[in-house]
Design a protein around this ligand. Structure first.
Ligand SMILES: [Ca+2]
Ligand SMILES: [Ca+2]
Length: 466
């Protein structure tokens, strides 16, 4: 059974107490530990950013469609790009850099991996570059090591996916799109390329970049045999445009969002111990719905964890897969998968249970537009890029600091200086007002639990103090 929870405004616990005629407060209903997202600006000034990778405390690399990879350090974009692929890419507006990631041992080896569309024939290139030994703030353009290229010949453009990233097994994963332009009201992937195990489109590939030249095939890849006619790199198939996916850094589970045609956006969950080869269904299915009638009957498909309506519902849509939060700063967000929709600017948090049910919250507060990519800091904190704003934000929640908030001085309820969290208590907080502190309450406030240690007084004008 699937169920959905929407964030709602809880009943104020302290509401114009003077109207009640009593000066007594009760600890009332509490929301479950449901994270309510907020965003904290890291930096603006990026140009059509598409992907972000944390490389150290307060340090990020951001790929842009103009072919540049910018280095952000403590909120400042370094003037000289970390890497400038301007001369290599095909189109600085739409087809520059699609994805970036760093080697798990980046600190020592300086390897960065890039997926870009190259000049002239627009092929997708999956390549490695190396940080300069003489300047760790820049990579060497001449260090390029190309792993492989995938032709994209459709003049109208075509789904490339974009993501490139390492799995918990230390192997490098890359996805491709179905190469179809995907125009509205057209037939998506009419030749069923995403189901063709011999071709490169709509696939997840896996290689070992720590062995071989330029790479080795993991021996348990499903078609690792070089004589079976199927690409040795193939690991999964049946995707349309899996723009963003991630591995849960704690469990190794694989989360992949596949952008839909006209009908359905979908999110796929694949357990860490699931065997290859997974077939995610496209174009035989769009979400949970049969799509192409010519598919081979009886094929076993991996069906999505969830889907939601796309363009056919009258609302633009493009799902952007995210990450499971494994950071330490926001305890209420731990274990929640955070994702969004690029077109709608909608964000969701989702927590999946072992039986494949889940609780999902559609975040109701205004967040940034065009969330094009989520990313992880090296410490597990989450970030999101706004394509239109050219900005990087950190994902935070209303929880900040200690879970129990205590008064540290007399003051006003709405003054952060009154509390040990240097914040204004909210609906998720347990609040203690210590004996000897007078806290003036002159507006409606709402908290999860309130413990009073002081003396309560009713004041003129409907105000109370403790
Ligand atoms: Ca093979
Ligand atoms: Ca699917």
């Amino acid at each position: 059974m699937l169920y959905t929870t929407h964030v709602h405004s809880p009943r104020p616990l302290i509401t114009r107490l003077a109207y009640l005629g009593i000066c007594l407060l009760l600890a009332g209903e509490s929301l479950a530990q449901t994270p309510q997202l907020q965003l904290a600006l890291v930096t603006t000034g990026l140009i059509r950013p598409t992907d972000v990778a944390g490389i150290g405390p307060g340090e990020f690399l951001v790929g842009q469609t103009d072919g540049k990879i910018r280095l952000i350090r403590q909120g400042t974009i370094l003037t000289t790009p970390f890497l400038d692929l301007t001369d290599l890419i095909s189109d600085p507006t739409y087809e520059g850099i699609f994805g970036i990631t760093i080697h798990p041992d980046y600190t020592s080896n300086g390897f960065i991996y890039v997926h870009y569309a190259r000049k002239n024939d627009r092929s997708s290139v999956f390549a490695r570059f190396t940080r300069k030994s003489t300047n760790p703030d820049q990579a060497d353009l001449t260090s390029q090591l190309i792993y492989f290229t995938v032709p994209y010949t459709n003049p109208l453009g075509g789904h490339r996916s974009g993501r490139i990233g390492f799995g918990p097994d230390g192997y490098l994963y890359m996805t491709t799109g179905d190469s179809s332009p995907g125009a509205r009201d057209s037939i998506g992937d009419p030749d069923r390329l995403a189901q063709d195990i011999y071709g490169p489109y709509g696939k997840l590939f896996r290689i070992d970049v720590n062995q071989g030249s330029p790479y080795a095939i993991p021996p348990d890849n499903p078609y690792a045999d070089p004589n079976d006619g199927v690409p040795d790199e193939l690991y999964a198939l049946g995707m349309r445009n899996p723009w963003r996916w991630s591995f849960d850094r704690q469990t190794g589970d694989f989360w992949m969002a596949d952008v839909g045609q006209d009908g359905w956006e979908e999110l796929n969950f694949t357990a860490a111990n699931a065997p290859a080869l997974q077939n995610y269904g496209w174009p035989c299915f769009e979400g949970n719905h049969p799509y192409n009638p010519c598919c081979t009957p009886g094929t076993a498909f991996h069906m999505p964890l969830l889907e939601y309506e796309g363009y056919s519902s009258g609302i633009r849509a493009s799902i952007t897969g995210g990450f499971v939060y494994r950071g330490n700063t926001y305890p209420d967000l731990k274990g929640w998968y955070v994702y969004g929709d690029f077109e709608r600017g909608t964000y969701w948090t989702l927590k999946r249970a072992a039986d494949n049910t889940y609780q999902q919250i559609q975040q109701s507060i205004a967040l940034i537009t065009s969330p094009v990519s989520f990313g992880e800091g090296t410490d597990g904190e989450l970030y999101v890029l706004s394509f239109n704003e050219g900005a990087l934000y950190q994902i935070i929640t209303q929880f900040v600091g200690p879970q129990t908030i205590a008064s540290i001085q007399s003051g006003n309820w709405l003054s952060p200086a009154t509390w040990n969290c240097q914040c204004v208590p909210g609906t998720s907080d347990e609040v203690t007002i210590s004996t000897g502190h007078t806290i003036l309450v002159d507006q409606s406030v709402s908290v999860k639990k309130l413990v009073l240690g002081g003396k309560l007084s009713c004041l003129d004008g409907g105000r109370v103090s403790f």
